[in-house]
Design a binder for this molecule. Structure first.
Ligand code: SF4
Length: 353
């Protein structure tokens, strides 16, 4: 038996491999790779069943004060037409999310100073009162005080990716932020009793398999309620323009499968960027560990203006078309649409240990 087979067996027995051992599994091909995917799918099935929870994303502002190197809406990109949705538009879109069967609405934007604690808490209160949906915010690094205000206004969950654990890479591509400020924000979210989501970008320029393995281990140590990871896709209007994909595309999927094996109870979305990687990308991710789908329900007129990466799918669709399409995909996978808010099951699982 090869070393990688032994590592997988130990992982399935509950051991956490070293970064070097995980990097060995990220190289898996053939039968070993299929075994890895099947094991991750089995763990997903055992812990989460057949349900795929729908979280409707509203990209409510593409204004951002930051300049992250990988991001198409970075403030220095002059080719972006900026927009902010009105309070009424955001609330109406959230009401549609409920109508289309989403248990959660995800409010995502650039780091836009207009949407401060005061403005965002008004929106959160209104959505909670009018829809009763679970609410996830994804609006960048915020102070503990702001996070307290969002929570009091009805926010249930928060998504903030750490993107990479490589200090050199993080510093180079985030001129406006430090890794410490992100991890501090993640800690604040935990102590404020949020359901916390984080993750990283797979295959950033200069990344080695060992670095991806370190990112997987770091995400696992964070004890996350949600883990969202997607492939790095070079946007032409960024300093990373023209940087290639990983030569072995299966690394993207193997990273997801390993995350699932190490984090059985975390909710894991099949992120939209996988469909930009290849047409059936999200379906493949749902077969190797993911249990969440995030249909884009942003009104059609704004979609083409919110392109963090190129070839983003569904920019010409509207929310209703996405909601119908996603149901077809889920049925095609012989899975079912999850009911209810799809809250974290990690805490319940921890309590029963
Ligand atoms: S990744 Fe987020 S914070 Fe960074 S430039 Fe893009 S929208 Fe702004």
């Amino acid at each position: 038996m090869t070393a990688a087979y032994e590592t997988l067996n130990r992982l399935l027995a509950g051991e956490t491999p070293s970064a070097a051992e995980l990097a060995g599994l990220l190289k898996a091909q053939g039968k070993l790779r299929e075994r890895l995917y099947a094991a991750a799918d089995q763990v997903r099935s055992d812990k989460h069943g057949a349900a795929i929870h729908l979280r409707g994303i509203i990209e409510f502002s593409n204004v951002c004060k930051n300049n992250c190197w990988y991001c198409g809406i970075r403030c220095d990109n002059p080719n972006v037409t900026r927009y902010r949705m009105s309070f009424d538009e955001i609330a109406e879109t959230a009401a549609n999310a409920r109508k289309w069967g989403c248990g959660t609405v995800v409010l995502q934007s650039g780091d836009d100073p207009f949407f401060n604690a005061e403005t965002l808490s008004k929106i959160l209160r209104r959505i909670k009162t009018e829809t009763g949906l679970a609410i996830t915010l994804s609006v960048g690094v915020r102070t503990r005080k702001e996070l307290e205000i969002f929570k009091a206004a009805g926010c249930d969950r928060y998504l903030l990716r750490f993107e990479t654990t490589s200090n050199a890479l993080f510093t180079a591509m985030h001129p406006d932020e430090s890794f410490e400020s992100r991890t501090q924000c993640l800690q604040d979210l935990r102590t404020l009793d949020y359901q916390v989501g984080s993750g990283f970008m797979i295959g950033l320029p200069g990344t080695t398999l060992e670095m991806i393995a370190n990112d997987i281990l770091f995400a696992t140590r964070l004890g996350l309620d949600m883990i969202g990871c997607g492939p790095f896709l070079a946007h032409p209007d960024t300093p990373f323009a023209g940087k290639p994909l990983l030569e072995d595309r299966s690394v993207y999927y193997k990273a997801i499968a390993l995350l699932r094996l190490l984090n059985p109870y975390a909710h894991m979305p099949a992120t939209t960027a996988f469909d930009a990687l290849e047409p059936e990308g999200r379906n493949l991710v749902l077969r190797c560990g993911a249990n969440v789908f995030m249909p884009n329900i942003t009104p059609g007129k704004y979609r083409s203006m919110y392109q963090l990466y190129p070839n983003k799918p569904c920019v010409d669709e509207d929310g209703a078309a996405c909601a119908i399409c996603v149901r077809g995909r889920i049925a095609g996978l012989q899975r079912e649409v999850g009911t209810g808010p799809g809250h974290s099951i990690r805490k319940t699982a921890d309590a029963s240990k």
